[in-house]
Design a protein around this ligand. Structure first.
Ligand code: KG4
Ligand code: ZN
Length: 341
């Protein structure tokens, strides 16, 4: 079964053709990062316009790369939740148009579920159940996946997403956008204990996250307390610019520790011995390192997809949709988009 998948939930316009939920025939991504760079974060209005401009060419490219035409498709799939509502609507409208014009079944899947499926796409024999940590610029969730179609979210962020915190801290440190890869690189030369930053665990046993506190802590540690801001009274209370690698390392260490602790706690409490990761933050080298090390001491195996399957892509959407269509879970042409799950 050949499925065309479409992904447009944030700042990547993506299309892919996947056969039988396994074989990736094409996986095309048109990134808009350059458009959002000067704002230090994704600007929803700009994202929507860029999706409109890129969607047709991206679809054409995905079909051409797979060496198929619309006539060869068996279904169309799209991620219709969660994400920026205007951005989701562009992909959803494209998917509906093709489904209607070609009388193809339409599958509307969850973007988070698709991130989890990226692990199965990468490793078809991935043992189940597994616990998945999905951390990106738009979401931070812990999920338990008992079978391909049986997934429950058991923890989520109560405020900022982990990647959003990386991006905002990079903005405070004036490093550029997206902040995650830059902080990852700079942190290698920094001391993770140089700055004492908070680790927010919320109430005991909670699998939810909160990353807004650490962002404020970085701001104050960097620029000084309010009223003593850099430049207003001879830099009193502000960190020196040479401390960028130390701040990057200290911030990254704090975020990674919370992500790892909660993920392994979830696995332990659910008696699960396999953990998988996804989302842009799953590319973080320190997260991969600490998670793998700590998991080993608890006899838990960590499964790590390649970066191209961690960040937003449409292969994960087309792959998961195969199981939706096989289970008869197709969507009507008036299916909506949802900013939250
Ligand atoms: O999954 P993704 O491509 O798009 C969203 O759905 O947001 O994730 C992008 C996010 C950005 O916030 C970016 O800073 C972060 O993932 N990111 C990283 C790394 N690479 C990307 N964060 C930490 N370390 C990285 N190496
Ligand atoms: Zn994502």
């Amino acid at each position: 079964m050949l499925i065309l998948g479409i992904e447009s939930s944030c700042d990547e316009t993506a299309a892919a053709v996947v056969e039988d939920g396994r074989r990736i025939m094409s996986n095309v991504i048109a990134s808009q990062q350059h458009l959002h760079r000067k704002y230090g974060g994704v600007v929803p209005e700009i994202a929507c316009r860029a999706h409109v401009e890129a969607i047709v060419a991206t679809l054409d490219e995905a079909l051409a790369e797979a060496d198929v035409t619309l006539d060869d498709l068996d279904a169309v799939a799209v991620a219709n939740r969660p994400g920026l509502i205007g951005a989701l609507l562009i992909g959803l409208t494209a998917a509906k148009s093709i489904a209607w014009a070609r009388e193809l079944p339409l599958a509307a899947v969850s973007h988070i579920h698709a991130h989890l499926y990226a692990n199965i796409l990468n490793e078809p024999g991935l043992p189940m159940p597994f616990v998945g940590l999905i951390a990106s610029g738009g979401h931070t969730s812990i999920a338990i996946c008992r079978s391909v179609m049986d997934m429950d979210i058991i923890g989520s962020t109560t405020d900022d997403a982990a990647g959003e915190a990386f991006d905002k801290v990079a903005k405070i440190l004036e490093l550029g956008y997206p902040g995650g890869p830059i902080i990852d690189r700079l942190a290698r030369d920094g001391d993770p204990n140089a700055f004492n930053l908070p680790r927010t665990y919320l109430e005991p046993g909670s699998l939810d996250f909160s990353f807004s506190g650490i962002k404020t802590a970085v701001l104050y540690a960097w620029r000084g307390q309010p009223g003593r801001m850099r430049g207003t009274d001879g830099h009193k209370g502000a960190a020196s610019p040479e401390a960028v690698p130390d701040m990057a390392a200290s911030f990254q260490e704090a975020v990674v520790q919370v992500l790892v602790d909660k993920t392994l706690d979830a696995a332990g409490r659910h008696g699960v011995s396999h953990v998988a990761i996804g989302g842009g933050v799953a590319c973080n080298s320190r997260l991969r390192e600490v998670l793998t090390q700590k998991a080993k001491t608890e006899n838990i195996t960590v499964h790590v997809p390649p970066p191209a399957l961690c960040t937003d892509n449409a292969a994960m959407v087309a792959g998961l949709a195969y199981h939706y269509v096989n289970s008869g879970l197709t969507a009507p042409l008036d299916v909506d988009a949802f900013s939250r799950l």
